[in-house]
Design a protein around this ligand. Structure first.
Ligand code: PEP
Ligand code: MG
Length: 542
């Protein structure tokens, strides 16, 4: 047995034969030509063919992984038609009197090199896309097309690296897992693997030799390991794990597309909590009705500097478009306390959980807040976005926030930028003060979302970060449950809706109680959606 360790991109177990995937590289020869115009015409024809292929791939990907996962094939179409690329390749044909294949290969190499030397990781990642479209055009010039895998049984695909088009071209029913020797977690292939929900491990030094082709292997996406020719005891243990995983998944999968409704007809919305656009695949896979909490501060935490309006806009837009009209609740920056980014230069505090954090930072540094609000509002033209504000303690704060939102809307109007004029505004109820004034807050907003993680810490005076307090941290405390009831009642009294987005929302022991209290929404980690749906569908409130 050989064990190889890499980086897991998607968790899960796969057991099956290895399939060593090697690209069928077209060997490109440099050929002198007389008629350069004819070569350029061949190049144009090949581009058209490549674009046709990419359109087919796009349609296929939309069905398999959704619109956002398929976007890469739209981007590739644009790259095939990129003016700089075409100019460079045609220039080589003209000046060197050479065949189109050679000119395209040469241009592809130059462009890929240029991208791979760029500082920003995102652009370095685009080098793989350049290689991908270059190969596609060359294949079109040679009359070939890029192929999938040739196997009658499902396999674990092992490759040096995989271009997104190769990934999506493969027949999914034949793929148990992806393993790549190279590749970055940011590559579109990793993103697609995640969206497809296939266990995937990258940066894994599995030998790409014909000798291991067809050998039995196990991919353990939990341990980020590949076992080639596994010992019998390992195989037995992993088979057991796989069986359990499949049983659970199959049962839950039957609930996809079903309503979150109790036996006696009570309904509730089940949304997902995410911190990254990388979680979108899970949101779709687990059939979330929307996103109830997008922890936008993770965008700031993942940056070395304040993310720009444009950077944020692109992210929010992607989320909104992916959810295709389903609700996406973006929580504004909740930085501070345990979530620190150096460039904010926040003062060292004795008591950071009670310090300068979340909305307090936004209100004291409005330029940061306004940048984020502009990005969110602009993205609201691309889907159904709501905005939610964290750590609220007073009506005055909410009034101030609403004034700022109005002024940002006016600016956008002035700039002729569209946004959802009726965008919903809500607040998190996560301080005892907010609970006590819930009646007044409800008059100001469209919805409440209860942050039980912080509400528990502030109500019970227990630092949620302090492990030694774990035994005392009790979100089932009667004080919390009473508060939950007060919150939903206050919301409904004033025509607002109420949800729970703290961890308690996923507590199956309380699902029925939340329904009975009248909650309209629970927002939980994507993997919790189907278990809660199951619980709801088995429950009756009467
Ligand atoms: C909460 O406090 O319950 C909440 C959802 O917010 P966070 O965990 O991000 O503080
Ligand atoms: Mg909180």
């Amino acid at each position: 047995m050989m064990i190889y360790e890499g980086k897991s991109v998607f968790e899960g177990i796969a057991i099956g034969p290895l399939y060593i995937y090697k690209k069928e590289m077209q060997s490109v020869k440099r050929v002198k030509v007389e008629d350069t115009e004819a070569e350029k015409a061949r190049y144009k024809e090949a581009r058209d063919k490549a674009i046709e292929e990419l359109k087919v791939l796009y349609d296929k990907a939309v069905i398999e992984v959704g619109e956002s996962g398929a976007e890469i094939f739209e981007a590739h179409q644009l790259m095939v038609d990129d003016e700089d690329f075409i100019e460079s390749a045609e220039g080589i044909i003209d000046t060197e009197n050479v065949n189109a294949e050679y000119a395209v290969a040469q241009t592809g190499d130059n462009f890929a090199k240029m991208f791979s030397e760029m500082e920003e990781e995102y652009f370095r990642g685009r080098a793989a896309d350049i290689k991908d479209i270059t190969e596609r055009i060359i294949n079109a010039l040679c009359g070939g097309s890029l192929g999938g895998i040739k196997s009658d049984e499902p396999v674990i695909v092992v490759a040096d690296d995989l271009a997104p088009s190769e990934t999506v071209q493969m027949d999914k029913s034949k793929i148990l897992s992806f393993v790549t020797v190279h590749g970055s977690a940011n590559s579109h292939t990793s993103i697609l693997a995640k969206t497809m929900g296939i266990p995937a491990v990258i940066s894994c030094p599995v030998p790409l030799s014909d000798e291991v082709n067809g050998h039995m292997a196990i991919v353990d996406g939990y341990e980020s390991k590949i076992y080639v020719d596994p010992d019998e005891d390992v195989l037995v243990a992993k088979r057991k794990l796989l069986l359990e995983e499949e049983k659970k998944k199959n049962l839950l999968d039957t609930l996809k597309g079903k309503e979150n409704v109790t036996l006696d007809g009570h309904k509730i919305n089940l949304y997902a909590n995410i911190g990254d656009i990388k979680d979108l695949g899970l949101v779709l896979q687990n059939d979330a009705g929307g996103i109830g909490l997008f922890r936008s501060e993770f965008i700031y935490l993942g940056s070395n500097d304040y993310p720009t309006e444009e950077e944020q806009f692109q992210i929010y837009k992607q989320v909104a478009q992916t959810l295709a009209g389903k609700k996406v609740i973006i929580r504004t920056l909740d930085i501070g306390a345990d979530k620190q980014a150096d460039y904010f230069k926040l003062p060292k505090e004795e008591n950071p959980a009670m310090g300068l954090r979340a909305i307090r930072i936004c209100l004291s540094r409005p330029e940061i807040f306004i940048t984020q609000l502009r990005a969110i509002l602009r993205a609201s033209a691309f889907g159904k976005i709501s905005i939610m504000f964290p750590m609220i303690i007073s009506v005055e704060e909410v009034k101030k926030i609403k004034e700022i939102v109005e002024s940002v809307k006016k600016e956008l109007d002035k700039d002729g930028i569209s946004y959802d004029k009726d965008i919903e505004l809500g607040v998190m109820i996560e301080t005892p003060a907010a609970v006590m004034i819930a009646d007044d807050l409800a008059k100001e907003v469209d919805f409440f979302s209860v942050g039980t993680n912080d509400l528990t810490q502030y109500t019970l005076a227990l630092d949620r970060q302090n492990q030694s307090l774990d035994d005392f941290y009790n979100p089932h405390h009667p004080a919390i449950l009473k508060m939950l009831k007060m919150i939903v009642d206050a919301a409904h009294k004033h025509g607002a809706w109420a949800g729970i987005c703290g961890e308690l929302g996923a507590d199956l022991k309380l699902t029925k109680e939340f329904l009975a209290m009248g909650y309209d929404e629970l927002s939980v980690s994507p993997s919790r959606i189907l278990p809660i749906r199951k619980k709801i569908r088995e429950s009756s409130l009467t």
